[in-house]
Design a protein around this ligand. Structure first.
Ligand code: LMR
Length: 393
C-alpha cells in the first residue's frame, strides 16, 4: 500500500520550527511561524487564560460530547467579538465551532464544494501559504488576483479589482480581515467599501479569514472590513481563529460563521456542516473553547485579557516604528513597515538571500521573505538590520 508514497516538501512555515530549534547559535533569531513573542522572545500563556484554566479544572463537571457544531456557549460568547455591535440578522447566521482557524477555512471550503457544482475561489497573491492547499484539497478550483507588490510594499488594488471583474457569479473570494498574512498590508476603509460593491455587483461570495483580531488597531477597528462587507452582501463565510487573539495556538480553537441569504437556508447549512464535521473529526476539541467562553463570560477576565492583547499589539507597533526608523537599507524600504499591521511583513528578499540569512546569520524566516516581527527582541534589532544589509549588498 504505502510503497507508492514519496517524501513531500516540508511545510514552508512549520518546517522552520525544527530548523530553528536545532540551531545551537545563542544569537539565533526566529522570525518564522506566526506566534506572538514578548520582548524576551517568549510566548507565555496569557494570565487570563491561566486563570480560566484554573477555574475549569475546579468547576468543570463533565467532558461529555457537544454536537458536531461544538459548544453553543462558546459560539455565543465570540459572536460580539467577531461581528461587534453590527445588527446581525440572527435568523440568518449559522455558527459552527472548528478545529482552529485552519479547520474553519477547511469547513468553509468543504461546504462550498458540497453546495456548488463548479466551486471556484479567488485568492490573493501573495497569501498565507497554507490557503491554497487547504482550499484546493477541499475541492475548490483556485483563481488568483494580484494583491501586493513586495518591491514597492504596496497593495495592488487596481489589479485586484481588475481580476475580480473576471469572476463568475457564485465564485468565492478569499479576503483577510486584518493583519494580512504574509504582507501586513490591509485594505483601507474605502477599499473595503469598493470590494463590498464589487462582490454585490458580481454576485461573489466572500470568505473572510479573521485570524488576528486585536493585533492591528483594536478589537473594534479590526472587524470594520467585515462589517462593511456584511452590511451589503446577502451571503458570506467567516473563518475566525482564537489562536493568536487568545494565544491558544495548539488548542485548535476557532469557528466558522455562515451568513445565509434567508432564514430558510439556515437549517440545511447547519445540518451540512454537522455532517461534514462528523465525517472528519466528529466533534471539535473543547479545552480552548471552554477557556475562551470562561474569559468572555467574566468581565474581570475579559478586561485582563484585553489588556494583555493590547500589550502585544503595542509591542508590535513599537517594533514597526523602530524598524521604520532604518528607512531604506539597500533595496529594502523599512519605512513602509511602520504603516503595516500585525506580525508579518514581506521583505523583497530572494530565496538565496533568505537561505544565506539562515545559514550564515541564524536568522530564520519563511522562504518568501516573510518575517514575523514579534520574533525580534530589542537587542536583536541592530544585528538584524546589519545582516539584511550584508546579504542584500
Ligand atoms: C503562520 O502563518 O505562521 C501561522 O498562521 C501558523 C501557521 O499555521 O502557518
Amino acid at each position: 500500500m504505502f510503497s507508492s508514497l514519496s517524501v513531500l516538501p516540508t511545510d514552508s512555515v512549520l518546517g522552520l520550527i525544527r530548523l530553528h530549534a536545532e540551531d545551537p547559535n545563542p544569537s539565533k533569531i526566529d522570525l518564522g511561524v506566526g506566534v506572538y513573542r514578548d520582548a524576551a522572545g517568549k510566548s507565555p500563556i496569557m494570565a487570563a487564560v491561566k486563570e480560566a484554566e484554573k477555574r475549569l479544572v475546579s468547576h468543570q463537571r463533565s467532558k461529555t460530547y457537544f454536537g458536531s457544531e461544538g459548544d453553543p456557549e462558546f459560539l455565543a460568547s465570540i459572536i460580539p467579538l467577531v461581528f461587534g455591535e453590527a445588527r446581525l440578522p440572527a435568523e440568518r447566521v449559522v455558527a459552527c465551532q472548528a478545529v482552529g482557524g485552519t479547520g474553519a477555512l477547511r469547513l468553509a471550503a468543504t461546504l462550498a464544494a458540497f453546495a456548488s457544482s463548479e466551486p471556484r475561489i479567488w485568492i490573493g497573491v501573495p497569501t498565507w501559504p497554507n490557503h491554497l492547499p487547504v482550499l484546493q484539497s477541499a475541492g475548490l478550483k483556485i483563481q488568483q488576483y494580484s494583491y501586493f507588490d513586495p518591491s514597492t510594499q504596496s497593495v495592488q488594488f487596481e489589479l485586484m479589482k481588475e481580476a475580480l471583474k473576471q469572476a463568475k457569479p457564485g465564485d468565492l473570494v478569499l479576503l483577510h480581515a486584518c493583519c494580512h498574512n504574509p504582507t501586513g498590508a490591509d485594505l483601507t476603509p474605502e477599499q473595503w467599501q469598493e470590494v463590498a460593491d464589487l462582490l454585490v455587483a458580481r454576485k461573489l461570495l466572500p470568505l473572510i479569514d479573521f485570524a488576528y483580531a486585536g493585533f492591528a488597531t483594536s478589537l473594534a477597528e479590526d472587524r470594520r472590513g467585515i462589517q462593511t462587507i456584511l452590511a451589503q452582501v446577502p451571503e458570506a463565510l467567516i473563518a475566525f481563529s482564537c489562536s493568536k487573539t487568545f494565544g491558544l495556538y495548539r488548542e485548535r480553537t476557532g469557528a466558522l460563521f455562515v451568513l445565509a441569504d434567508s432564514s430558510k437556508a439556515r437549517a440545511p447549512i447547519l445540518s451540512s456542516l454537522q455532517v461534514l464535521a462528523r465525517t472528519v473529526y466528529s466533534t471539535p476539541p473543547d479545552h480552548g473553547a471552554a477557556v475562551v467562553r470562561t474569559i468572555l463570560n467574566d468581565p474581570e477576565l475579559t478586561a485582563g485579557w484585553q489588556g494583555e492583547l493590547r500589550q502585544a499589539r503595542d509591542r508590535i507597533a513599537n517594533l514597526r516604528r523602530e524598524l521604520g526608523r532604518y528607512g531604506q537599507v539597500n533595496r529594502i524600504n523599512f519605512a513602509a513597515l511602520s504603516k503595516q499591521n500585525g506580525m508579518f511583513s514581506l521583505l523583497p528578499l530572494t530565496k538565496d538571500e533568505v537561505v544565506r540569512l539562515r545559514t550564515g546569520y541564524s536568522i530564520y524566516m519563511a522562504e518568501s521573505g516573510r518575517i514575523n516581527l514579534a520574533g525580534l527582541r530589542t537587542s536583536d534589532m541592530e544585528y538584524f538590520i546589519h545582516s539584511i544589509s550584508e546579504v542584500t549588498a
